[in-house]
Design a binder for this molecule. Structure first.
Ligand code: SF4
Ligand code: SF4
Length: 448
């Protein structure tokens, strides 16, 4: 029904792609809970920045919600116990990308009710801007859309850059993912409170929530809670990938351009996503930290697809067993199929940045082509798809010759945000975005 009205929104950005949505299996189901896993793995580094410092020792008993690690400096956040149980150890454990990293392992107390027993309720109305930012860091909040950048650092804008608008990202443009959609429908009040707190922290006069026009029920739910003079407004944007990229969303909603290589705060804007702000509205009044998040679990291999409230630290193997998937790790993607990453092992846990666990036997819509690679036929489709007007064809040719410095100097590689549109449309199956990731990481190392 909602797709019938998708022509309503003309707000968008140039280029991009329209992969099949595959959202039907989960978007109309309420968020559910699963039983607690017997063993939780909480990596000390599950955010951009420095790993947190453990506060607990082996054999120590912890209760659900208790702080178990503190932020290590400004670019770091706290961790909290996702279950009541006993610390088994602090040890090297597998991560989604392969190399092991230090994690606090907690054995869940099976007999416990697992109610949250930690937290000091506070009057958020009396918090100053600095007080809100401090509380956000103590709550361990990071960008839950996938970036896992510490949220307090986003709210702490460098001096001399006044913010007039908070843009709230409710696009969820990746195929399969519907967690943000359900949050807008089911947690509307906490989301709006989180937005108001973020506006106060930023001293922003207004907030605009951008929602793709395939979620008109969420638009209606949000608008029903806002008065005509509210500084928060809701705008539909066209359903198109990658509409949720922050620079493209700003362009669509505000007609402002973030400078090449720059940040949104330089043009008076900060962007946060719906899941993050909803958690802010839920946790700050209760003086609690983040211990769980909503994750879309879906894909052809999943018997019980849906949106689940999953404790941070739940091993993927356990989560997938609960939803009826019996395969191995070879076709699991964390996040959405366009920008998400495959996992090396099912022993890795759900971390704060995991918005989806998608099982894709065919890898049908992924930006990493599954078939054989052929020579470039100069068809130009990648140029038509690139939302930031790069020349992926030429960049790909230089990448094969390892001309990484030239890619940067003459073809603006730094503006590539790895959306995967070019790989997705390439008829020759050239893994362009993988080339660009390698080139960017080599260039970064050369600068060190
Ligand atoms: S991955 Fe980079 S080059 Fe390819 S379409 Fe996206 S922004 Fe453009
Ligand atoms: S889409 Fe692929 S084949 Fe076509 S020009 Fe780009 S790289 Fe070459």
């Amino acid at each position: 029904m909602t797709r019938l009205f998708s022509f309503l929104s003309s707000l968008t950005f140039p280029h991009g792609v329209h992969p099949p949505e595959f959202k039907e299996a989960t978007r109309d189901q309420a968020i559910r809970r699963l039983p607690f896993a017997p063993r939780m793995i909480i990596p000390l580094q599950q955010h951009f920045g420095e790993p947190a410092i453990p506060l607990v020792r082996p054999q120590q008993e912890v209760v659900r919600g208790q702080p178990i690690a503190v932020a290590n400096g400004d670019l770091s956040v706290a961790m909290h116990a996702p279950v009541t149980g006993t610390v088994e150890g602090i040890q090297l454990m597998p991560t989604a990308r392969g190399p092991k990293s230090e994690a606090i392992v907690i054995r869940t107390l099976a007999a416990d009710s697992q109610v949250v027993r930690w937290g000091t309720p506070r009057d958020v109305n009396s918090l100053s801007s600095a007080g809100i930012i401090q509380a956000v860091q103590a709550a361990g909040l990071v960008g839950l859309g996938g970036a896992a950048f510490p949220t307090h650092k986003k709210l702490e804008v460098p001096a001399g850059h006044p913010i007039d608008t908070l843009v709230v990202n409710g696009c969820e443009c990746e195929p399969y993912l519907t967690a943000d959609h359900r949050i807008m429908l089911e947690h509307t009040a906490t989301l709006l409170l989180g937005i108001r707190l973020a506006m106060r922290a930023l001293k922003a006069q207004r907030a605009v929530i951008g929602v793709e026009d395939n979620k008109l029920d969420a638009v209606a739910a949000l608008r029903a809670c806002l008065s005509p003079h509210d500084p928060i407004s809701v705008q539909t944007v066209r359903t198109k990938y990658p509409q949720g990229s922050e620079k493209l969303l700003i362009k669509a909603l505000l007609k402002r351009e973030v400078p090449s290589g720059g940040y949104p705060y330089q043009i008076g804007v900060v962007v946060n996503n719906v899941s993050t702000l909803s958690q802010m509205g839920e946790l700050l009044p209760n003086g609690q930290g983040i211990i769980e998040r909503v994750v879309t679990v879906a894909g052809p291999g999943v018997k019980k697809p849906g949106n689940y409230r999953v404790p941070i630290g739940t091993p993927l193997r356990y989560l997938l067993e609960q939803v009826g998937y019996a395969g191995d790790a070879s076709h699991i993607i964390l996040g959405g199929p366009m920008m998400g990453n495959t996992v090396a092992s099912l022993d890795v846990p759900v971390t704060k940045g995991v918005s989806g666990v998608i099982v894709l036997p065919e890898l049908a819509t992924q930006s990493k082509p599954a078939g054989k690679t052929h020579p470039c036929i100069r068809c130009g489709r990648c140029l038509e798809a690139c939302p930031v007007n790069l020349n992926p064809c030429e960049l790909g040719r230089l990448a094969v010759k390892r001309e990484y410095a030239m890619m940067q100097a003459r073809f603006h590689l730094h503006d590539c945000f790895e959306c995967g549109c070019c790989s997705y449309v390439c008829p020759s199956n050239i893994p362009l975005v993988q080339y660009f990731r390698i080139a960017k990481s080599v260039n970064r190392e050369r600068l060190l």
